[in-house]
Structures are given as C-alpha cells and as structure tokens.
Design a binder for this molecule. Structure first.
Ligand SMILES: Cc1cc2nc3c(=O)[nH]c(=O)nc-3n(C[C@H](O)[C@H](O)[C@H](O)COP(=O)(O)O)c2cc1C
Length: 376
C-alpha cells in the first residue's frame, strides 16, 4: 500500500497567531460533575463536533487517554474510546483539522504506535498527531502489569520511545535498537505515512517533562502557576528559550482552558458555580488527587480546594468564564503573553462551539489573531 492521493492541509501548520483545539470528546469531557448538561460521549456527537470544529477552521481535535476510571470501576471518567481507533474515525469525517491521538508511551509499544499513527495519517491525508503522555495513575499501570516508574525514568523511557518512533517513520531500512527500555530487531514500519513526522504534543508540567517536550515535541503546554498574563508570559518565554537554546528547536506553547460563555458575566459565573460547586463530583476528584499527589495530606487546605475546583471545572484547565467579549479579551491577552494555542473543553461541547463561533471567533479575527472562519 502507498499513499497515491495528494496530502490534505493540516491546520496545525497554518499561519494563525492563535491556534485553537478541542479536547476530550472521545470520553465524557473534562468536567467532574453531576450537572445534567455534562457531555455524554457518543460517536454521533463526536462526528458532529469534529465536523463543526473542522468547518470553523480550528487547528486540533485532541483525544484523552485513560484506561481506568477515577471514581471507581464503572465511573463515567473511564468511558473513553481508544485513541487510534477514534482518530481513524475522526480523520475519515474531516478535511483539515489535525487529529491527535493521546497515548501512554509507557503502555503502548512504539512499533505498534508507528503503524497505528501511519494508518491514521493515511486515512486523514497527513493530519495525524500524537499527544505523548508518560502516565501517572498507578491503577492504569497495574491493569497492564507494569510498575509505575520513577518520574525521571518515565521520561528516559519516553526519550527512547521517540527515537524508535522517529526511525520507524522516517527510515526505509530495517534497524536494531538496544536501549534500557526497548530492544528491537529488524525494526521497520509499513505502510509509509504521508507526513515526514506527525505533530507531537506533550503536556508535562515538571522540569523533566518540559525538557522532553523541548527536545522532541512541536506543541508543549504550560500549566500556569498564576493566571495573570504577565506571569504566563514569563512561563512561556522560559519554555520557548529553553527549547531554542538547549535543543535549537522552535515549539508552539499552548495552554488548556475550560470555557463557560454566557450573555452576561453574572450568568457565566452562576452557571460555573452550579456545575462546579453545587453539583461537582467531589468523590471522584478526591480520588484523583489522592492517587496523583502522594503528599496531598500535607498540602494546605486552600491549595487542595483550589486544585479540586479546577479539576471539577475542566481537568485543571485555565478559566475562560464570562461573555464573548470577556473571553476574547482574555485570549487576546494570553496571545500577547506569547501563548500560541488554547486547547478548550466545555461542559456542553455542542453549545460551547456554537457560542464560540458566534461571539468569540469574530473578535479574534477582528484582532488579527485568526483568519476568517466559515461560521455558517
Ligand atoms: C492538556 C493536558 C492533557 C493531558 N492529557 C492526559 C491524558 O490524556 N492522559 C494522561 O494520563 N495524562 C494526561 N495529562 C497529564 C500530563 O501528561 C502530565 O503527566 C502531567 O501534566 C504532569 O506532568 P509531568 O509528567 O511533567 O510531571 C495531560 C495534561 C494536560 C495539561
């Protein structure tokens, strides 16, 4: 098999100063709540959302990878479609948007990933991308009979993983590889993909995670320590300089955000309060924090409460809450601070994308941050 068709455009390569993505529709979204508007994953909803995002000219449609629920077996946070199968389906119903499979490098072998990603690349005409995560949730590792590695070892494995993946994608000659984590004999990847390399994303927040992203990835995420754009600018500048100076690479620096857009700021605040505080799924988030942060008990109450609120709101993302004008203004400030892209979640994705198209995108276009989109 070879790719005889011309490559399709890949939005992650476009010239928009501020790029936008949608995150987490392969599962039940990113909010931990019992609010009735919470997104319920279905394939039909994914097709509608992907086509809308594609038509609006958004850059990336990004899956989340999760093998075990947070609130105990059967909890909605575990209902996620496997990310390569999902990406193949999304690729088939879209034209321009980049389709990103999130995968655990500690659980998914690079030989399998190279073939699966090449398949999505062929289906999409050159729009496959990978969000590389190392994993941190012990229950997921147990499921595979794998021991959760020390933090530095996870990223050492990730470095080897990327080396092997790159050789499989670019090389036409078979090779052997002897590393600390992988041993390959006669490594080769067929069929040949469309792109020379897929876009790699990584959302590591630690210095080691950032070094990995700076060295290997095209899109990195900052997790802001302070929401003020002046502080965000410092974090973005540091990240970009590290990639440039240490690895000679230019990277896009993105953030993830949860969006609550209403006609008035008060309505947006009330709606956020209702789904996050009044109807928030506290037990699931407590479980998540307990598993994720071994020393959580030692943290001050305020810090835990803040973290819990952010997880319930949308998987710890940055708040974009208010009117279209407020949200567009905040995004513009982040762009001025050097942020290249925002990966968005909503409680109700279909309603959220419709509001974004009507109120926020025209303002971003008027500000020169994005080319005009088809909002019909
Ligand atoms: C936007 C975003 C998306 C993420 N998606 C996933 C995911 O789907 N699965 C997962 O196990 N971890 C995910 N993570 C967690 C990161 O991969 C990473 O483990 C975490 O940010 C901690 O960083 P560190 O590995 O440098 O300590 C995500 C993080 C962010 C900010």
């Amino acid at each position: 098999m070879s790719n005889n068709e011309p490559a399709k455009p890949n939005q992650l390569r476009n010239a928009n100063r501020l790029k936008l993505g949608v995150f987490g529709t392969n599962g039940n979204g990113a909010a931990f709540t019992h609010h009735p508007d919470r997104f319920r994953c279905s394939w039909d909803a994914n097709v509608r959302l992907a086509r809308t995002a594609d038509r609006l000219g958004l850059e990336a449609f990004v899956s989340a990878a999760r093998w075990k629920a947070f609130g105990g077996d059967g909890h909605y946070s575990g209902d996620l479609m496997e990310t390569f199968s999902w990406a193949g389906g999304i690729a088939a119903v879209t034209e321009r948007i980049s389709v990103i499979s999130t995968l655990h490098v500690t659980l998914v072998h690079p030989v399998f990933a190279a073939k699966a990603a090449a398949s999505v690349d062929l289906i999409s005409g050159g729009r496959a991308g990978l969000n590389l995560v190392c994993g941190w949730y012990p229950a997921e590792m147990d499921l595979f009979g794998v021991q959760l590695k020390q933090h530095a070892d996870r990223y050492a494995l990730a470095d080897e993983w990327v080396d092997i993946f790159n050789r499989l994608w670019t090389g036409t000659e078979s090779f052997d590889f002897d590393g600390d984590y992988f041993r390959i004999r006669g490594g080769i990847n067929q069929p040949r993909p469309v792109q020379p390399r897929p876009f790699f994303m990584n959302a590591g927040g630690s210095p080691r995670g950032q070094a990995f992203a700076g060295q290997n990835c095209d899109v990195a995420f900052i997790i802001p320590q302070n929401p003020d754009p002046a502080f965000v600018k410092t974090q973005v500048d540091q990240y970009r300089s590290m990639a440039r100076e240490k690895y000679g690479r230019e990277i896009q620096v993105w953030m993830s955000a949860y969006v609550v857009q209403r006609d008035t700021a008060a309505e947006a605040q009330d709606y956020a309060h209702a789904y996050i505080v009044e109807q928030g799924d506290d037990p699931a988030v407590e479980h998540l924090i307990r598993e994720n942060i071994p020393n959580a008990q030692a943290m001050p109450d305020g810090a835990i409460a803040h973290m819990s609120y952010a997880f319930k709101a949308g998987y710890g993302g940055y708040p974009l809450v208010g009117t279209a004008e407020d949200i567009a203004g905040r995004i513009e400030a982040l762009s001025t601070a050097g942020v290249d892209g925002i990966l968005m979640t909503w409680l109700d994705y279909e309603d959220g994308l419709a509001r974004l198209a009507q109120g926020v995108l025209p303002r971003l276009e008027a500000a020169g941050l994005r080319a005009a989109a088809d909002k019909a």
